[in-house]
Write a protein that binds this ligand. Structure first.
Ligand SMILES: [Zn+2]
Ligand SMILES: [Zn+2]
Length: 330
């Protein structure tokens, strides 16, 4: 609509360092890349020239604020509930050797580093587990915050950052616990790496996308964590990855090929929605001819005159060209 083309006077903008902090905490090293002085200058210029760019900037900042705020909640939860958790105790059936190893910490610099990087998400999972009545302890061989609960976790257990949510029973002895923890510990490494590279939603996003194309035991993050340790069994059927990639590629190709028409139809749909909200004749009545409703619209009118009107308006709107075509502009 007309107002979209008029540059809005810029709202009071927060200083640059606030944007940098939000980007880095919200999107990791990617945010650092986006905070290059040249990139900051480029976006500031775009915002002053184009209203759409200014709106988009404010939307991005709002999303980042929510993201960073949630991470803060997680860190506070972690400090409040998880700063000094009791050490996980071996089950009573343990051998002497197993019981000793169960409570022996591993000294590896990776453990504290990944605990710090994943603090936000680990804390959110801790708060979630606590809310569902989970019991938490520190599994010291790999620094995992182990939460035992009745339900509310996926599969045998789920790792969020360095928090592992699993069932109350059975309590595994060290030799059974070790492979599970090796697997979940790899997931913590993956969380830490992706959080560092792309912020707190990067890992779940990457895992989810991978799972769409390579589900379950084919998932590359599960393969990296170790299928046998994680209790996955590779089925005999072929992997669906190739088929799914072909379908996704074809859909993308169609969308890309038709992107101009898609964009035009989205614009026209917005105009239609706007038209339905206002009473007076819209500006584009001056550029279009009235349409005679055909038999299909006549049938619809018997059921819902409002829908029939909207369909008629939609037909009329299609007469509008778009600036990209060099046809009747608007
Ligand atoms: Zn896994
Ligand atoms: Zn066009």
């Amino acid at each position: 609509m007309a107002s979209d083309r008029v540059a809005v006077p810029s709202r009071t903008e927060s200083p640059g360092w606030v944007e940098v902090v939000l980007r880095v905490l919200g999107t990791g090293l990617l945010g650092l890349w986006w905070s290059r002085p040249s990139a900051m200058r480029y976006r500031r210029r775009r915002r002053s020239e184009c209203a759409g760019c200014a709106h988009r900037y404010h939307r991005v900042m709002r999303v980042l604020i929510v993201l960073v705020w949630l991470q803060m909640v997680g860190i506070v939860a972690l400090l409040a509930y998880g700063a000094r958790p009791p050490t996980c105790q071996p089950p009573s059936l343990s051998s002497y050797n197993g019981a000793t190893r169960y409570v022996t910490p591993t000294h590896d610099w990776v453990i504290p580093v990944r605990q710090v990087i994943t603090a936000g998400n680990s804390g959110l999972a801790l708060a979630y587990g606590k809310a569902l009545g989970g019991q938490f302890c520190d599994y010291v061989p790999n620094g995992t915050l182990l939460g035992r609960m009745k339900d509310g976790f996926a599969r045998g257990g789920t790792t969020y950052g360095h928090t592992y949510l699993t069932s109350l029973e059975p309590q595994l002895v060290y030799s059974d616990m070790a492979p599970v923890m090796r697997h979940e510990s790899r997931h913590t490494d993956q969380w830490a790496l992706f959080t560092l590279l792309g912020g707190p939603v990067a890992f779940p996003l990457a895992y989810g996308v991978d799972d769409v194309f390579a589900p379950g035991p084919y998932n590359n993050f599960e393969r990296d964590a170790g299928l046998a340790d994680g209790g996955y069994v590779l089925p005999d059927t072929p992997s669906p990855t190739t088929t799914r990639l072909i379908v996704a590629g074809a859909l993308f190709a169609i969308f890309f090929f038709e992107r101009h028409r898609v964009r035009r139809q989205v614009r026209l749909a917005k105009l239609l929605v706007h038209r339905l909200r206002i009473a007076e004749p819209p500006w584009w009545y001056a550029h279009t001819e009235p349409v005679t409703p055909g038999p299909a619209i006549g049938v619809v009118r018997r059921v819902s005159p409002a829908v029939a009107d909207a369909m008629t308006e939609h037909r009329r709107l299609q007469q509008l060209g778009c600036p990209d075509c060099g046809a009747i502009g608007y």
